[in-house]
Design a protein around this ligand. Structure first.
Ligand code: URA
Ligand code: SF4
Length: 211
């Protein structure tokens, strides 16, 4: 795909490949030690919409790919239901290693701390520089804090587009894993519809701002 914003997609792809290889060896924070592998973002340079989650989960850590577990499946479905094309998106996380604590046979998800998020921003900034999205989508509070450079109350601020720390617009919404955890079917369906409505707003923004 050749666009005016990204006249040399081949070069950008090569740059991205190099960054992915570097990130595979990253030891900028302690999280690499307790995870299987670096889980980098996925998508093509020139994708208009960059979706940013928190960190890989158990499934992502094993697969080496972002958003392939339950939250990812829900996100995929919401993007389809909102009419957002896959090639329009680049999907990544604020933190690239799975932070976890072994508990018996399971590994329990732990929230990354400020220092870890700050160290891993290095990679996110490379992704933003190379992919050149026109809109960033913060999925949940960790991504919102990373992209906005301030604390965010995602339930209160969801649906808003704010200017991010690096000057790009940031659409704020919840994390899809919050939906996976809702046990009541009716409530989960209602919240899913709200999430799809957010993704439709993302689509409208993308149509408005980019050809
Ligand atoms: N949750 C995230 O934030 N990212 C993933 O890749 C998977 C689950
Ligand atoms: Fe590097 Fe990020 Fe992994 Fe920390 S979490 S080791 S900064 S890739």
């Amino acid at each position: 795909m050749t666009t005016a914003r990204n006249a040399l997609p081949g070069t950008a792809r090569a740059q991205l490949k190099r960054v992915i290889a570097d990130a595979a060896k990253c030891t900028r924070c302690p999280l690499y030690a307790n995870a299987t592998q670096t889980v980098f973002g996925e998508g093509m340079p020139g994708a208009h919409i960059m979706l940013v989650g928190e960190q890989p989960g158990d499934k992502e850590d094993i697969a080496g790919r972002p958003f392939v577990g339950p939250a990812g499946k829900l996100l995929d479905r919401a993007l389809v239901d909102a009419g957002i094309a896959r090639e329009d998106t680049y999907v990544t996380n604020a933190v690239k290693h799975f932070k976890n604590e072994p508990r018996g046979k399971r590994r329990i998800h732990k929230k990354p701390n400020m220092a870890e998020i700050e160290q891993c921003r290095w990679w996110l900034e490379h992704e933003i520089r190379i992919v050149k999205p026109t809109l960033l989508v913060a999925l949940g509070s960790t991504a919102a804090r990373t992209l906005l450079g301030r604390e965010a109350r995602v339930q209160k601020e969801r649906g808003r587009v704010e200017t991010g720390a690096d000057g790009l617009p940031v659409f704020i919404t919840i994390h899809p894993s919050a939906l996976v955890r809702i046990e009541d079917d009716a409530q989960r369906h209602a919240e899913y519809r709200r999430f799809v409505a957010d993704m439709k707003a993302v689509r409208r923004w993308r149509m408005k701002t980019a050809a």
